[in-house]
Design a protein around this ligand. Sequence first.
Ligand code: ATP
Length: 210
Amino acid sequence: MNDSRPDRCGIFGGTFDPIHIGHVKTVRQVMQQTELPLVRYIPAALPPHRPRPGTNAKQRLAMVDLALRDQGDMIVDARELRRCGHSYTVDTVESLREEFPDIDFSLILGLDALLGFDQWHRWQALLSLVGIYVMVRPGYALPDPIPDWWQTADTSTPGSLAAGKIQAISIDPVDVSATGIREGIRAGQDQHHVLHPGVWQYIQTHKLYE
Ligand code: ATP
């Protein structure tokens, strides 16, 4: 492999309906604290744990693309939108590993999502393939007791995270949600301050969420 190509990559999934500054600023903090050189943003087609999003896949993908256009080390990955049926994370990771066998992948998740991790489809198989960076807001305690499957990462070797290990990353919260943005737009409020300018322009051009 060419030395300039990253050998580690984060995976950040979501509905991104729409992608907002919280999605970028928090992942940026994870990258800074973990020396993660690249993150793939993977918009979900039919999320197993959530109702179907309102905008279509092409529009959500276009917005992620716009939001990341000026971030060289964050890229959009449309594989879940190309696949038919549910998008289970384990399937996505298996497909990434097949395509990029020399890259170590890690999931980036919020603490809420991680607490339900042992309900995910084939979660043990997933944990055998990836480590997890869990974003923790200041003041939020880790679960007590820590679940049996939660193996805390050895952080004495910065710049690596073994499969099956979980590393907590303390994040300054960004108080934004896509739900709040959609509601704000429906109520006629300007939302440009929480969106990339290109995304705000796209939403207005296509009259999304009105
Ligand atoms: P919605 O309000 O529609 O549920 P959302 O803003 O939470 O959307 P998602 O696309 O569901 O956005 O988020 C993808 C991932 O980003 C999830 O893991 C979610 O926890 C995380 N996330 C969303 N908003 C923030 C934020 N402000 N700060 C940190 N993480 C966030």
